[in-house]
Design a protein around this ligand. Sequence first.
Ligand SMILES: CC(C)(COP(=O)(O)OP(=O)(O)OC[C@H]1O[C@@H](n2cnc3c(N)ncnc32)[C@H](O)[C@@H]1OP(=O)(O)O)[C@@H](O)C(=O)NCCC(=O)NCCSC(=O)C[C@@](O)(CC(=O)O)C(=O)O
Ligand SMILES: [Mg+2]
Length: 298
Amino acid sequence: MTPERLRRTMIFLNTQRAALVKDAFVYQPDCVIFDLEDAVAQREKDAARIQLYHTLKDLDYQGIERWVRINALDSDLFQEDIRAAVAGGAEGIRLPKTETAEDVQMVADLVDQAEVAFNRPVGTTMVMAALESPLAILNAYEIATSSPRLMGIALSAGDYTRTMHAKRTVKGLELFGARSQLLLAARAAGVMAFDTVYTDTDDPQGFIDEVKMIRDLGFDGKSCISPKQIGITHDIFTPDPKEVLHAQHVIQAVQANEAKGVGVLTVDGKMVDIAWVEGAKRTLKLAKAAGSYRGDLV
Ligand SMILES: CC(C)(COP(=O)(O)OP(=O)(O)OC[C@H]1O[C@@H](n2cnc3c(N)ncnc32)[C@H](O)[C@@H]1OP(=O)(O)O)[C@@H](O)C(=O)NCCC(=O)NCCSC(=O)C[C@@](O)(CC(=O)O)C(=O)O
Ligand SMILES: [Mg+2]
């Protein structure tokens, strides 16, 4: 249930605002998230859900993956949100404020029922769990392994810092433990890992620094709130030509030397062995997906 594709950017769209929703594909994010939760005013929830259904049915997002952030499980809205998302044909559902594996399993059961009710292929709608509290972070591995529908887990720092009584800072020390635990859980479970939104849209340097940091930590992508954040994130997640060349050298050299019975060697002045090959392949996959590598090593 984790179709391999790039998910470097997932931009939130307030489903209440038709103008945002109708043009979002022009910014070319990897994914959009139609928000029915916190961005939508309480009295507009039903209108937003109806708009969501028509958007999913009628607008061509040109291959951009469409996710729906449903309302949380402590509301009386999420069941109808799931039905509208599945009926409209969304690729996935993002569950906010996920706390336990059972939360995901309950949503997965409702998705099963909706797929049958609306004649969608059973098992095709993905689920992503947003972890927004200390309990969620402590349960990260159980959540990450909770369902075959689960594509990935995402950190949500706004609610996480609120529930931790922490202060959101530019350097992000307050998120270090949560980011590490979430990543460990995602990698151990074999699902994707997404970092939280950066809310200061007028601080490009702070955003750049944060995206570089989360890329280096190992995240697959970032939740975004503004079109300004999409190009920056894609650029940072695209390996530069030197990295692409080095990755090719590593794969070719390790393969050639393996045949000669040599395990460890020097490539471009750096020691490498078989352990470096997977990272090199990941670099080439990212470059290939971004159109900057056209070779056949991956
Ligand atoms: C912040 C602001 C109001 C600013 O608007 P402004 O209009 O002042 O912005 P400008 O920069 O002036 O816009 C320039 C041009 O881009 C267009 N444009 C702007 N934003 C766009 C967009 N998102 N998609 C497409 N288009 C867009 C705009 O229409 C204009 O187009 P045009 O007029 O044609 O020039 C706007 O961005 C916005 O609504 N963002 C999404 C907010 C949202 O959904 N929050 C909920 C999710 S987070 C959360 O809940 C916390 C979380 O739960 C997170 C977790 O779970 O991970 C946790 O706990 O941490
Ligand atoms: Mg939140």
